[in-house]
Ligand binder design. Structure first.
Ligand SMILES: Cc1cc2nc3c(=O)[nH]c(=O)nc-3n(C[C@H](O)[C@H](O)[C@H](O)COP(=O)(O)OP(=O)(O)OC[C@H]3O[C@@H](n4cnc5c(N)ncnc54)[C@H](O)[C@@H]3O)c2cc1C
Length: 380
């Protein structure tokens, strides 16, 4: 399989790397520490076309597909996992609207979510419906008189939910049918009855806000209905397949950076009269870290290749996310260890990378749920 990048993809990699180093890295620690969404950098992402990856140029997008997302997200993750997560999760909304939206919805929302600099969010999880997303209870009941859907319920842990202009909300249009009664609806910020509740205080990803969204008799025009009635669970699962490759890219990027930082530090740090890089114990750590990270990268690229070539990719998306996220935890842990006490200090990025890497084993489906998906696919 040939994973070499085209000239255009090489250019995107260079642009992503430059943007990451020049704009994201200088504020990465501050963004995390202060739990502040990097507003200015998100605007710049939009100006440079990152927020329109996978969306047609006709609607303000930058074209490209999954591999382009992997390239940008992994480069961002090398210096700032919050920014990588922000981009990766934002892209779910414009890509879902591109795939399932009506022409009217595409014209209305895609330019705003691409070059327009508005953030998108994906609201599936509820307080009592996490891994078991099919047990969600938020309802969207159709009101024939006004031609509106009336939403009631609470979503939790929604990335970017506190500032997103456009949120894809999954709700039951027919509660008697379970997952087959779930639908997807586009809800705009400021819609009466839609409020932001608790903004979470998290272990990592400080720059990516995670919020509770509350819907109380929130009336949304029928024109905002995404896809067909009862198609919501399928839309959510398909969106998650693509999103999981994005998480794989976050995990791959943070691991690559942790390997590079470890090599640099091991060459510089002198103990017992020689650089610690000369110690075989450290060399073996680095050999393991580099090998597993290359393997993680191969699976992420393989999943992206399947997705972009129109082949089934549910299994590979789950495999790449499971493997890359476990590797990101393993590698950032060893990288911190190689940095010794300095790795534990906030002057170095290792402790942030270690905290940030952990989330990749939890969101867009936990590792355990990925094993459920993989086993189902493998054992069919
Ligand atoms: C920072 C952050 C950002 C997030 N962003 C979003 C977002 O933008 N949109 C959104 O909709 N959601 C989002 N989530 C929610 C996330 O996807 C869920 O937290 C995740 O799916 C797990 O659900 P839960 O937290 O309820 O855990 P639970 O489902 O309660 O799981 C608890 C434990 O039980 C295990 N478990 C559950 N079921 C099984 C099973 N069948 N077999 C084996 N083990 C099992 C889990 O793996 C886990 O270890 C976010 C979460 C976080 C932390």
């Amino acid at each position: 399989m040939d994973f070499s990048l085209t000239k255009k993809q090489e250019m995107l990699k260079k642009l992503s790397e430059q943007f990451a180093v020049n704009e994201l890295e200088p504020v990465a620690a501050e963004v995390d520490e202060s739990h502040t969404f990097p507003e200015e950098n998100f605007k710049k992402m939009a100006e440079l076309g990152f927020t329109g990856i996978g969306v047609s140029r006709q609607y303000g997008g930058s074209e490209g597909g999954t591999l382009e997302k992997v390239i940008a997200v992994s480069e961002f993750a090398k210096v700032c996992m919050s920014s990588a997560a922000i981009l990766s999760i934002h892209l779910i909304a414009p890509q879902a609207i591109s795939r399932y939206g009506t022409e009217e919805q595409k014209k209305k929302y895609l330019p705003r979510l691409t070059r327009g600099g508005e953030l998108g969010a994906f609201a599936l999880t509820e307080p009592d419906a996490g891994s078991d997303a099919g047990s969600a209870r938020t309802t969207a009941i159709f009101d024939r008189e006004t031609n509106e859907y009336v939403l009631n319920g609470t979503k939790c842990f929604i990335s970017g939910g506190s500032r997103a202009g456009v949120v894809i909300v999954f709700a039951l249009t027919d509660p008697s049918k379970g997952t087959r009664g779930m639908s997807a609806i586009i809800v705009e910020k400021g819609t009466p009855g839609f409020t932001v509740g608790k903004v979470e205080n998290k272990m990592g990803l400080g720059g990516s806000e995670t919020a509770e969204l509350i819907f109380e008799d929130c009336r949304v025009p029928a024109a905002n209905f995404l896809g067909k009635e009862g198609q919501g669970f399928k839309i959510a699962m398909q969106a998650l397949d693509g999103a999981r490759i994005g998480v794989g890219a976050q995990a791959m990027g943070v691991a690559e950076a942790a390997v590079d930082l470890s090599v640099k530090y091991a060459n510089e740090r002198v103990q017992f009269g020689k650089p610690i890089a000369a110690l075989q114990g450290i060399q073996w750590y680095i050999a393991d870290m580099a090998t597993k990270t290359e393997a993680a990268k191969a699976l992420v690229y393989h999943a992206a290749y399947l997705a972009d070539s129109g082949q089934p990719f549910t299994k590979m998306a789950a495999m790449c996310k499971l493997n890359a996220s476990e590797n990101a935890r393993f590698v950032t842990n060893l990288a911190l260890q190689i940095h010794g006490g300095y790795g534990y200090m906030k002057e170095y990025p290792l402790e942030r990378m270690y905290r940030d890497a952990k989330i990749t084993e939890i969101y867009e489906g936990t590792s355990e749920i990925h094993k459920v998906v993989i086993a189902r696919e493998v054992m069919r």
